[in-house]
Design a protein around this ligand. Sequence first.
Ligand code: F3S
Ligand code: F3S
Length: 114
Amino acid sequence: MTYVITSACVDVKHKACQQECPVDCIYEGDRSMYINPNECVDCGACRLLCEVDAIYYEADLPENERKFLTDNAAFFAEILPGHDKPLGTPGGAIDCGPVGVDTPMVADLPRKGC
Ligand code: F3S
Ligand code: F3S
C-alpha cells in the first residue's frame, strides 16, 4: 500500500510534504509532486501537512482521484518525456532533484486559474 498525491497538488506544489517524509520519497515533477509507491512506508506524515488535502492513503482515495494511484506509480515505472529510462527507485528525492516533467496524464490537465 502507499499514499498518493492527487489533483489538488497540480499547479500548487506547497512541498511541506516533501520536507517531512522520513524516507524522502516525494519527488518533484513540473506541475505536481509524486509519491514513489515502492519507497513510501505508509507513515501518513505527509497527509497531515498538506494544506489542500491532496494526499490520500491508497484505500481512502475518492473514486474521481483513483487514477492518481496508477499515475503516481507511472511517474517512476514509465519512461517520462525527455528521459531514456524509467526513474525506478532513486532512493531519495532530494538527491534526485526536480525531475522537471510530468506524466502525460498530469501534463494534459487544464491549468488551474486559466
Ligand atoms: Fe502538493 Fe500538498 Fe505536498 S500541495 S507538494 S501534496 S504539501
Ligand atoms: Fe513519505 Fe510517509 Fe508520506 S513515507 S510519502 S511521508 S506516507
